[in-house]
Design a protein around this ligand. Structure first.
Ligand code: PEP
Length: 260
């Protein structure tokens, strides 16, 4: 298992309105409490859509929940004529601890290039929000270049030109495994996560030991332990299964099924 604090992230994508979001976070917190979950054993972070962030921030604050909050995107710009964009200033004001950057759906459907991902990473660093930089290869890239080449390239591109202090997370998500039910094997995930860490070490030095590198792609309570048994995988980024409080709580409680 990892020596870093495992990071369990739920990406809600474009699902749930703010009332449904409140209900989900309440149920998640209560389910974890009933199971005597210890937040020192894993950091649990939800990434709701923008319209739910304020409500969920208020709930977390009012009820002293230890669940952390993240946004699904950030503008590269701080303010101005950028209709529809959301700035790091606004996200910081909502106590967003983390922000997803370069999710494969943003790269694929919104044409985000490595340059855009790099600029958004800069914005997150500028505002003291830890970026969760998503990287991963498509099936075609897997066949042409192997599993690690694209994620390593995307990681280095996102971090290029920044003073890298370790306050970021990398999520390795093979595009062919997202929302498809097709899961990478724990060995594949561990191997790519290890190569990403080595690349960060070569480019940025010992900060590589602090960075948490996650696996994402069709993770469920039933398969999470397989990934987190490896010391190379520091957590998981979960899409579909994070919309079900009990399932996501089961993922956060992966340590209880590590021994099984
Ligand atoms: C994701 O959206 O980052 C993801 C991994 O989705 P899913 O768990 O549904 O494959």
């Amino acid at each position: 298992m990892t020596s870093r604090i495992p990071f369990i992230a739920g990406n809600w994508k474009m699902n749930l309105d703010h009332q449904q979001g409140i209900a989900l976070v309440q149920k998640l917190a209560w389910t974890l409490k009933d199971a005597n979950f210890e937040y020192k054993n894993a950091e649990v972070v939800v990434f709701p859509g923008f319209t739910s962030l304020r409500s969920i921030q208020t709930l977390i604050d009012a009820d002293n929940f230890e669940i952390k909050l993240g946004a699904q995107d950030i503008s590269a710009h701080d303010s101005g004529a950028f209709t529809g964009e959301v700035s790091g200033i606004a996200l910081k004001k909502l106590d967003a601890n983390y922000v997803l950057i370069g999710h494969s759906e943003r790269r694929q459907f919104h044409y985000e290039t490595d340059e855009v991902v790099q600029a958004k990473t800069a914005a997150a660093f500028r505002h003291g929000i830890a970026p969760v930089i998503c990287v991963g290869e498509t099936l075609e890239e897997l066949e042409a270049e192997g599993a690690a080449a694209v994620p390593v390239r995307q990681t280095l591109a996102a971090l290029a030109g920044h003073e890298v202090l370790g306050n970021f997370v990398i999520a390795y998500e093979p595009v062919w495994a997202i929302g498809t039910g097709q899961v990478a094997t724990p060995e594949q995930a561990a191997s790519v996560c290890g190569k990403i860490r080595e690349a960060i070490r070569s480019a940025h030095g010992e900060v590589a030991d602090k960075v948490r590198i996650l696996y994402g792609g069709s993770v469920k309570a039933a398969n999470v332990a397989g990934f987190l048994r490896s010391p190379e995988v520091d957590g998981v980024l979960v899409g579909g299964a994070s919309l079900d409080a009990e399932e996501f709580a089961g993922i956060a409680r992966f340590q209880s099924h590590l021994a099984l």
